[in-house]
Design a protein around this ligand. Structure first.
Ligand SMILES: Nc1ncnc2c1ncn2[C@@H]1O[C@H](COP(=O)(O)OP(=O)(O)OP(=O)(O)O)[C@@H](O)[C@H]1O
Ligand SMILES: [Mg+2]
Length: 581
């Protein structure tokens, strides 16, 4: 899959066969990481990695959760120091010991976790970040915001308070923040993981503007379909090493998937059944055109290959045993907000035992609020929530969990206690089980934690700080915590966001297993392929209302897409009886 020499532009200077992308012609790279090694205790997160970024290119960095992508880019941005190796900027060795050094060297980064202060305005945030700019007054900062926004082709209100902005808007502010300095290399760590399809298009447009102006972009993503669209060059990391690096021209998602699994990964210490599933998923994906899954009105495009594969596969694995008539989770008339501006409008849904009910919708249509109401972190103005036969709406979050309610919310960071270890976070909601009188049975806790780490294939030690975990592994901790209690009803919101193909498959297998054990699962997701893949029924939320509901077997991305944009379709009429019943 070698690109014709002219087609890939700057990227053509890289030998396609070379696993070492630093061999671009000397001096041509904007920035280079050379032989970078970084260890955390016994773990080698980056093993002699070399990587460069050229002017005008998008260099995509791929690899499973924990492969070392964030670690490597954090080193380039000065957030972390390598054990050995060097960084070159414009061909010259440069010591980057802090983000301020990186910015000064023209390197900017938008990390996986945003770093804006919610209560401040856009301009104030950028003034706060104005390290190295000297004293800057508000008017000048405001003007810079507007200029940077124009550079990326978006409009940003400099006076908006950050907490009022959508995720997509916040990300634009982060990019503007990175561009504030004379940035020539922009690192985007999984920028699309948190975006709805429309925002992904906007981001790609912005990236295109920046690269046309000669900037280099390092783009990290798990979505192969996106990578083939936007990258000029791809590098794949596996267990801290670059295993492939080549021009992207001509590569299809399936080619990248093949490079990613490679022969080596069979030896990876993942449970062998999981490897089979992954291999299976990838095999099924071959010959699948993700574009076939795109809806016409809502761009559900950029459908990642993994979920496309999973969707196809799991049609066969949907609940085969009859779904029980008994209700696991009954949400009735849940309403939030006054008549004029209802955030949730008489939401009524019932999830039966042994069933996965999906909720589709463009983000911002009440999903987050609904999840918060169910978890007990937000109080609805009216309505009832029952788990099994127990009314839980008056209970605090902990009491809900004791009543058999499980949750996997989209706010991963907010769901763990950052100062605690992996083990402590795993048993956080479960300590009652391990109490003997006033004491904690520490031996039993240790054993339980060890079991969970093994069962859920969490790549960490019980004593590791939770904040050191990669996104995928942190999600596994949360999943383990929620599922190991055997909840009667589980609410899972965006459970596979930011996860690699293997981890996605794993999450699906766990949700299915829980369903097969008789629990009811409410799955909230923006990924239609995911919903179509594992749900038994799919409801659509729009403007705080459930506006339609379909059996998953009859649902299509087109029908769901129409509902998601507020169009009532004929397809939904059939099941009107079930809607808001
Ligand atoms: N501060 C830290 N302390 C200990 N271990 C760490 C630390 N930061 C990262 N690691 C470990 O290094 C490895 C690489 O992590 P990294 O975050 O770079 O992975 P990643 O490729 O970005 O994964 P993801 O796709 O999940 O974001 C992981 O095993 C992670 O647990
Ligand atoms: Mg990462």
């Amino acid at each position: 899959m070698t690109a014709p020499p002219s087609a890939a532009g700057a990227a053509s200077s890289v030998s396609a066969a070379s696993p070492d992308s630093s061999r671009s012609s000397p001096g041509s790279a904007l920035a280079e990481l050379v032989d970078i090694t970084k260890t955390f205790g016994a773990l080698v997160a980056n093993d002699a990695i070399s990587l460069s970024v050229l002017p005008g290119e998008v260099h995509a960095l791929l690899g499973e959760n924990g492969a070392g992508k964030s670690t490597l880019t954090r080193i380039l941005y000065g957030l972390s120091q390598p054990d050995s190796g060097e960084i070159r900027v414009d061909g010259r060795v440069k010591r980057i010991s802090s983000p301020a050094d990186a910015m000064e060297a023209g390197i900017g980064m938008v990390t996986q976790e945003f770093s804006l202060v919610d209560t401040m305005t856009v301009t104030e945030n950028l003034m706060l970040a104005g390290v190295g700019l000297g004293r800057i007054n508000r008017a000048a900062a405001r003007a810079k915001v507007l200029a940077a926004a124009e550079r990326i082709g978006v409009s940003i209100d400099p006076d908006a308070i950050v907490e009022d902005l959508s995720v997509g808007q916040r990300q634009r502010v982060e990019i503007v923040k990175a561009l504030f300095h004379d940035c020539r290399v922009l690192i985007l760590d999984e920028p699309t993981a948190v975006l709805v399809p429309q925002d992904v298009e906007q981001l790609f447009d912005s990236i295109g503007r920046l690269t046309s102006a000669g900037m280099g972009v390092i783009f990290i993503s798990h979505k192969l379909h996106e990578v083939t669209r936007i990258a000029d060059r791809i590098s794949i990391l596996r267990r801290g090493r670059i295993v492939a690096s080549r021009p992207a021209a001509g590569l299809e998602p399936r080619d990248i998937a093949a490079l990613m699994v490679g022969a080596e990964s069979v030896a990876a210490p993942v449970a062998s059944a999981e490897n089979e599933t992954l291999a299976d998923a990838l095999a099924t994906s071959i010959g699948l055109d993700p574009a076939d899954l795109d809806g016409p009105s809502v761009s559900v495009g950029g459908s990642a290959l993994p979920s496309a594969a999973i969707r196809d596969r799991s049609r066969a694995t949907r609940a085969t045993s009859p779904i029980s008539e008994a209700t696991a989770l009954q949400i009735t008339d849940v309403t939030l907000g006054n008549d004029g501006s209802r955030v949730l409008d008489a939401v009524t849904l019932s999830v039966r035992r042994g069933e996965i009910l999906g909720i589709a919708g463009v983000s911002g249509n009440g999903q987050t609020e609904l999840v918060n109401v169910l978890c007990g972190t937000l109080t609805a103005d009216r309505g009832s929530v029952m788990v099994d036969q127990t009314e839980i709406s008056g209970l605090d979050p902990a009491a809900r969990i004791r009543a058999g309610f499980g949750r996997l919310t989209e706010d991963r960071k907010g769901s763990v206690i950052p100062g605690l270890s992996v083990g402590q976070n795993l048993v956080l909601e479960d300590l009652d089980r391990f109490r003997i009188g006033p004491f904690l049975n520490r031996g039993a806790v240790r054993e339980h934690v060890q079991k969970l780490i093994e069962r859920f294939d969490i790549r960490a030690q019980p004593g590791d700080p939770i904040r050191s975990l990669s996104g995928g592994n942190m999600q596994k901790v949360l999943l383990a915590r929620a599922i190991s209690r055997g909840p009667k009803a589980l609410v899972a919101s965006q459970p596979t966001r930011g996860l690699d193909i293997g981890a996605c498959e794993y999450v699906y297998s766990q949700l299915r297993a829980l369903r097969d054990e008789g629990a009811g699962v409410l799955l909230i997701s923006e990924d239609l392929d995911e919903l179509l893949g594992i749900c038994d029924r799919i409801a659509v939320i729009f403007s705080g209302r459930i506006i339609g509901e379909l059996p998953a077997a009859d649902a299509t991305p087109e029908a769901l897409g129409l509902l998601m944009t507020g169009h009532d379709t004929g397809a939904a009429d059939d099941s009107d009886a079930a809607v808001n019943a």
